[in-house]
Each structure stands twice: as C-alpha cells, then as structure tokens.
Ligand binder design. Sequence first.
Ligand code: 6GU
Length: 233
Amino acid sequence: MRIDIVSIFPDYLAALGLSLVGKARDAGLLDVRVHDLRKYATDKHRTVDDTPYGGGPGMVMMPEPWGAVLDDIRKTSTAAPLLIIPTPSGNRFDQPMAVELSSADHLVIACGRYEGIDARIAEHYAAREDWAGVREVSIGDYVLAGGEAAALVMVEAVARLIPGVLGNAESAADDSFSKVDGPALEGPVFTKPPTWRDLDVPDVLLSGDHGRIAAWRKEQAQRRTHERRPDLS
Ligand code: 6GU
C-alpha cells in the first residue's frame, strides 16, 4: 500500500519512521511519502491560508496549493487514490473503517490546520474520475490543532492490518473491537512474576486448563466492556 501525507509540518510525521510503521516501510509492505504543502505556495511568503468568506474567526486553507500538490501526487500513482481529509466534522474513524482502508491501494491524507481546507477541495476530488473518492474523517469528539496527529493515528491503525505487518503471534483477529461476536474490549493481561508487590496473577491463568482460561477471559472482557463502554455492550 502507498500512503502520501501532505502537511505544512512535514517533520510532525517523522514518527512514521519508527516502530511498527517504520518496520512495515523497511519491509517494503508500505510506501509512505510526506509532502510539504508550502512548496506548492506561489507567493514569496509561501502563503497557504486566507480569511474566510462570510467573516468569522481564524483562517481557511486556500484551494490552489492543495490542488497543485494533489494533482502532482496523482501523476506519480498507478491506482486511483482515496483522499482522506482529517477534520473534527468528519465521519468517525473506527476499527471497521481501518479495515476498509487497509485494502486500498493508495491513500492520500490532506492535513489541514487553522479552520480547515476550502470545501471545494473535497467537492472537486470527489467528482474526479481518476480519484477513488473523498472521506472527511474525525478520530474522536475533541478538537486538535491540525490533522497531523489524526494522520498518525489512522496510518498506524491501517498499517497493522496490512497482511505481513503483524507476526502470526500478534494477529489482529484478537484485537479489541475486532471480534465478530463477543465483547468489544479485551480484558486484563499478566506476565511473570506470579507475585509482584503482594499482587498475585489469577490462579486460573496458571492452571493449564485452556477451557477454563478461555471462559475466564471472556467473562473479564464482558465485565470490562459493560463497565467502561456500556455503549458497546
Ligand atoms: Cl481528524 N482533525 C482535527 N483537527 N481535530 C480532530 C480530528 C481531526 N478528529 C478529532 N478532532
């Protein structure tokens, strides 16, 4: 899979060289390219924002630099890309959306700052036959200063679903939110030592009885889901 990310703070995306996403890139499973929007500004001050029509606070990102960078990216891709615009007013990003996005050939993430990107960018690329569509996406009900942190979240959630990125031992099938049936959240986990600061690992986990262990884990997961996320149980 290829993912292009456009930002006025390309250094913000340096974390994509680390950890799971960095390894997926090194293994050739993921091609991540970061672009500096300011390179597509045309005035000497490299301006990418302007005042909103109709008045109001803040600034809006101008359509011209966005159109220029997105058209440039399209010229270098073989498959029609899906354009993702992180915004607190988008559809909610969740595990089913991560699963859907993980089968795309090419994602382009347009990170806005200020009050957002001129709405004609979403409208234009949604109508383009050489693009796979546009998704305006929010990662939760709070407001960030820009789309970069949301892009990091989405890339990591999608990358770990690409075949070959996770080892067999850490399969995504057991994740919270991933079970077709059964509780949404996973229960508590333990490792050695069996006693730490007077706290014992639950006996059942040391019993070797795989049937009892599976039943205990399911009950713990149900309890946790009920207590912490009643909306999911
Ligand atoms: Cl995707 N962007 C911004 N700026 N704020 C957010 C968000 C995205 N999701 C939740 N808050």
